[in-house]
Design a binder for this molecule. Structure first.
Ligand code: MN
Length: 160
């Protein structure tokens, strides 16, 4: 029996600063990175991705306003779908090793991506998120500008 594909979600989050929370389901939780400029389909673009705390899977469906405290502000589900790990040994081991390759099947993001850890120093490891040069690559495009709306409600973050 085929295993269910793991989920991914990208939540746009207007907290103190605007960022995109990129989350991959690994072993039942959402491993998470804050990507200030959001993902890109352009393989020439390397996006900083700061590792943040794991989140529960249910959080990946959250859209609305965080009322107070850490992360206060609006959240939309900017993209979601499933992913396929590319390589040997599994996603958890690849992330532990600091280099993970995977293929996204979302509503906006599609094709191969890499997360490459560049810096382990505290407080949080830093990574780069980059698009593999494949049939889904798009040079010069910026989905955060051309496709800003929630894939759940159709709202922009300003409309939440
Ligand atoms: Mn966030």
């Amino acid at each position: 029996m085929a295993r269910r594909s793991p989920q991914f979600v990208v939540q746009q989050h207007q907290a103190t600063t605007l960022h995109y929370d990129f989350r991959l389901e690994v072993d039942g939780v959402l491993r998470s990175w804050a990507v200030p400029k959001g993902p890109s389909l352009d393989p020439a673009v390397k996006r900083l991705a700061v590792e943040v705390d794991d989140h529960a899977k249910a959080w990946g469906r959250f859209e609305g306003r965080i009322g107070g405290g850490y992360g206060k502000g609006a959240v939309i589900v900017w993209d979601r779908g499933t992913y396929e790990f590319l390589g040997d040994g599994g996603m958890a081991a690849a992330l532990e090793a600091g280099h993970a390759k995977f293929r996204l099947a979302g509503e906006k993001l599609r094709g191969g991506f890499v997360l490459q850890r560049t810096n382990r120093s505290p407080p949080k490891p830093q990574w780069l998120l980059l698009k593999l040069d494949d049939a889904d690559a798009e040079r010069g495009g910026d989905l955060t500008a051309t496709a800003p709306r929630s894939v759940i409600s159709g709202k922009t973050i300003e409309e939440i």
